[in-house]
Design a protein around this ligand. Structure first.
Ligand code: 5GP
Length: 247
């Protein structure tokens, strides 16, 4: 009897492995936000309790993503949305909230907090506490990453430190300005040249409706260590010319 239970378990093992890998992601987006554009909108922003962040891109998150959106039985749609509504069929384009039993612990990341305050500050007016932003990002995205808490935050910090987007853009003459606009292609080219890899760009609108560069999506391999060319196109709401507002 005991032998047949073991035999059934052994037979089911490959199936379990296939089901588990179905939840696996293909690459990460490292998403960084330009603080001038986060603040320069109708709703504005607030500084965290640690003070005004530097005029530098700040981390928004490190997000596991699928190369193709998925639904039960079919996996053909390419896109960047978490869930794409196709009539009654909902498609999942990234995993999220993979383990609510593993909340972020300050103890686990205590040696990273100073760096996180500088590189991953909240600008939301909800609480002013960056730890709440980090906890949210860990719960929604980090728990799907195959990294532990320390590994997840250390990976995002190391990638940001290795590629200084603010300096890369400044070297190409793309500097914050109230008046100037920049070709979107010149921003894409500067990032591709400065990092060696193609990124995706997302824009938002200022209070008077002008388009500004809001977030840069760099693509990262599954280890969380190496950049790759972004495999998916993105409808990032940008125009041909965009602003980069001062912060
Ligand atoms: P996500 O885009 O990762 O799904 O959600 C971001 C969440 O973090 C939102 O609930 C947003 O209000 C909160 N949040 C807190 N601080 C920030 C910030 O500085 N930037 C952004 N984009 N979201 C923030």
């Amino acid at each position: 009897m005991r032998l047949s239970v073991v035999a059934v378990a052994l037979l089911l093992l490959p199936l379990v492995a296939v089901l588990a890998s179905a939840e696996q992601f293909d690459f990460f987006y490292l998403v960084q936000q330009w603080p001038g554009s986060f603040c320069d909108t109708q709703q504005g922003c607030c500084f965290p309790d640690t003070g005004k962040p530097a005029a530098d891109f700040g981390i928004h998150g490190l997000w596991p993503n699928y190369a193709k959106c998925r639904s039960a039985g079919e996996r053909e749609l390419v896109g960047e949305m978490g869930l794409v509504d196709m009539g009654l069929r909902r498609k999942k384009c990234w995993p999220e909230y993979c383990n609510d039993g593993n909340p972020l612990s300050l103890w686990e990341i205590k040696d990273l907090v100073k760096q996180l305050d500088q590189s991953w500050p909240t600008l939301s007016c909800k609480s002013g506490k960056s730890m709440e932003f980090w906890s949210y990002e860990w719960r929604k995205h980090g728990t799907c990453s195959d990294l532990d808490q320390h590994g997840y935050f250390a990976a995002a910090l190391a990638l940001k430190a290795r590629y200084n987007l603010t300096a890369i853009l400044a070297d190409a003459g793309i500097v914050p300005s109230d008046d100037d606009t920049y070709f979107l292609s010149s921003i894409s080219d500067a990032i591709a040249e400065g990092t060696g890899f193609k990124a995706n760009l997302e824009c938002n609108r200022d209070a008077s409706g002008e388009t500004q560069l809001f977030q840069v999506y760099q693509c990262v391999d599954r280890s969380g260590k190496r950049l790759i060319d972004c495999p998916l196109p993105m409808q990032g709401k940008c125009r041909d010319r965009v602003k980069l507002p001062p912060f």
